[in-house]
Design a protein around this ligand. Structure first.
Ligand code: GLY
Length: 252
């Protein structure tokens, strides 16, 4: 049960962040409005939300999920995989230290939180261009110490593992076609996305509610079979910067 969330206000030069997308130019006012709606939605769902100041030196810093992996017993401060993002984790550690004992990923290990999916007491650790083998092994050893199981999963498509695979409750995974036959995911009920709606794969489960990107009707129909409440949020400016709904917060 999540009770808290940390978000960060996007900075004015957020459009200078890392992205592989070739879409329309991102708009700051629209980004702020979408971020405010996201924050309010978390509050409406009963979470206490701490909103951190924008960091102009780090255009991707509002993607706070990449800077930490938080679970009941501890918070692991990551070493983000992109050089331009190293340092975002410093202020996150200060905030999380008030909530959890702190563990750390140490170089040469790198981890982005977007590659880490916790399903009950199991961690899937995506090995990607951002999370390397050393970082995955360090994180695995840390969570194992607290009694969790873990497996590494190669991320051969998308920026992060959670660009393609997310937990939507009762162990069910919302998943892209590319990942659906992965041996590491065998045994989990899968909801496979239509290829023209893959961006909706980054849907965020907050307790009994699913927050999904607006405008993906086929995915919504599939998620409705789960019987959870569903909220749609506009995510256009986040998508332009290779981000999604999970990236915008840390939940615990
Ligand atoms: N813009 C998100 C990232 O590349 O980390």
């Amino acid at each position: 049960m999540f009770k808290n969330a940390i978000v960060r206000k996007p900075c004015q030069n957020f459009a200078q962040g890392l992205t592989t997308q070739e879409m329309d130019a991102p708009n700051y006012e629209t980004m702020l409005a979408q971020h405010t709606a996201y924050t309010q939605t978390l509050r409406d769902l009963g979470l206490t939300v701490e909103v951190l100041e924008a960091q102009e030196a780090y255009p991707d810093a509002h993607f706070v999920e990449d800077t930490a992996v938080v679970f009941l017993e501890a918070a692991v401060i990551t070493n983000p995989g992109a050089d331009a993002r190293k340092g975002e984790e410093v202020t996150i550690e200060e905030v999380l230290a008030a909530h959890r004992p702190i563990e750390r990923i140490i170089a040469p290990g790198t981890v982005d939180g977007g590659d880490i999916l916790m399903v009950e007491r199991h961690f899937f650790i995506g090995v990607s261009e951002r999370t390397n083998e050393a970082g995955a092994d360090q994180l695995g050893a840390i969570v194992e110490k607290y009694g969790y199981t873990w497996t590494k999963v190669p991320v051969a498509a998308g920026l992060h593992f959670k660009s393609s695979v997310n937990h939507v409750g009762n162990n069910s995974l919302l998943i892209t076609d590319t990942f659906k036959d992965r041996a590491e995911l065998a045994g989990y009920p899968l909801i496979v996305l239509d290829t023209d709606e893959e961006y909706a794969g980054n849907t965020l489960l907050i307790n009994e509610t699913l927050i999904m990107p607006q405008g993906y009707p086929k995915t919504r129909a599939k998620l409705e079979t789960l019987g959870l409440a569903i909220i749609e949020l506009e995510t256009s400016e986040t998508q332009k910067m290779d981000g999604g709904l999970t990236c915008l917060s840390l939940r615990f």
